[in-house]
Design a protein around this ligand. Sequence first.
Ligand code: NAG
Ligand code: NAG
Ligand code: NAG
Length: 581
Amino acid sequence: MDKRLVLFVYIVCFGLVSSTSEPNAYAPEIISSVFNSRDIPLFQGTVREDETVVHLEPQLFARDNDTVGSARLICRYEIVSNIKKIPFVIEVKNRETGEGLLKVHEGERLSYEKRKTYKFNIFAFDCVDPPYDKKSSRAVVTVKVVAADRSAPVFEKTTYNADLQEGVLSQNITQVKAIDRDADPENSAICGYDIVSDEAPFTITSNGIIKNTKAIYHKDAYNYILKIRARDCAGKVSEPAYVNIIVKETCTNGWTDFPDHIEYTPGSEYKYLTDSARLHVCTGSCTIDRVSVRVNLATNHIGKGCDRDTYSILSQRKLCGASDESVDLLPTATLASNWTSVVPSDDGNDGDRIFAFDGKSHHIVVPDAYTDHHLDSHFTISTWMKHSGHDDLVTKDTKPHHHGNKEHLLCMSDGDGMNRHHYALFVHNSKLVFLLRRESSDPADLEVFKPAEWRWLLDEVNDGRWHHYALSMDFPELRLLVDGKVVEANQDNFEMLDDWPLHPTDKVHYSKLVIGACWKGLDETFADHFQGYLAGLSLLKGRTESDKVIQCLNNCQENLEFTDLENMPSGTVRLTKRLLI
Ligand SMILES: *[C@@H]1O[C@H](CO)[C@@H](O)[C@H](O)[C@H]1NC(C)=O
Ligand SMILES: *[C@@H]1O[C@H](CO)[C@@H](O)[C@H](O)[C@H]1NC(C)=O
Ligand SMILES: *[C@@H]1O[C@H](CO)[C@@H](O)[C@H](O)[C@H]1NC(C)=O
């Protein structure tokens, strides 16, 4: 009974209320998929400071279990916070679904610098007019304010200067830097740099380090001006800055404007080697105490700096007053007289022609008809020689080593029957040796022991260069001149051996004069071959050439002269070398 009464009263009361307003049995509910530990629905919002709509995660919806009238619809949301001012409102987009849009309140502006997050409660209301509308339980919304990219990057300097050494691939020519005043790390970060200039052989890294992509030389480009820009990660681009790269020439000490090659025509008087040569000294590389210059005339041909290709020794002999009685033992072969053509030679003029001897098979037999090859007590033998047989084996420091072979420049020996040498000039190890066996038919003479072999120890023999050798005999005195200078004999460089004269014999019917080897009459073979080069081999018989003449023959006609020393203004270096003839 009691229960029924209560129900009745309730229905009556309900009937009373609904008579003035709509039925409203349920309160709305805010729907979310995310809840906190106390089952309160949560929403996460983000908004850029310069925007007005907050992006909510999940989207905001609400529902009402009432099924009729405005009680089933959602009409508004309320934002409640203990912080006084929350600059947001929620606009209901759809009353049926209760979809809400969280927006920045009109007239309000967010500022990332001022406040980065907001947290507040929201409630949903149905569409029954207040005060009978019903309010949902609260949901919690957190809004994160995101900074807008307000500033573009700015370079620390508008112009950068850097040096680049020519020829170098630099990993860091210079480093540029731009900064961005945006407060948030995302917008203030510099994401990259760009070189705007076209086709410059440079790159820039994301850290602003400038590198060159190929070697650059001062002669091609003195400098480069690069226009560069910086980009922040939000895409804003800076005003340009400029990088001025100076290509530095690598300094080398040395001469400039000194000709590599000068043509000189014999007889063309003197010729300046240079008027404009400059010595360039790099600053800091050295302090100049003094400058000395050495200029050499060089030729690979006979002699040391003499131009002997262009005129013959014969004419020089005349100039020097040399005897015209001397016999050229290496004449140029002609059709009529070709006995020197068995050995390879160059195309030098008479007396300068170089004959090459291979040390094995090359030799020249001087015909009897050409000259009587017997010597008496006075004669001069002279020759240019470049002994090259064992250049590689012989240096100053190693022991000369020539397998002990004699290498004959010249040899006069028995033509048949015996192997006796009458006279010979040969190289033996580091020695130049001259052998002379007197021949006598006087029985008294045959018993006398007399000088027969003269040996000189000479560096020139094995230095692989051309030297002039002249032997002048005034028996028993034999003088050797090397390159026009008398070799002073002493205990260390000279020895002389005595021997018996050669006895007359009827086994031998003739003799043979050979250049570049020795004839063994008994064996009928050539032996002791010379390896190297000979030129201008001549023989003067019955007298000796004066040392002065031999010296003169060795003098180069061309000289380097240094002139005008007195006329040089102080502080300048003037080189006026000339060729004199
Ligand atoms: C509304 O109805 C749903 C089912 O449709 C139910 O899960 C929910 O609890 C109800 N809400 C209220 C406040 O009764
Ligand atoms: C690159 O060179 C500049 C100076 O030219 C220097 O300040 C900078 O530290 C260098 N950077 C690197 C990564 O070596
Ligand atoms: C030298 O000339 C003669 C003829 O006059 C010839 O028979 C000979 O082959 C020539 N010798 C050389 C090496 O040319």
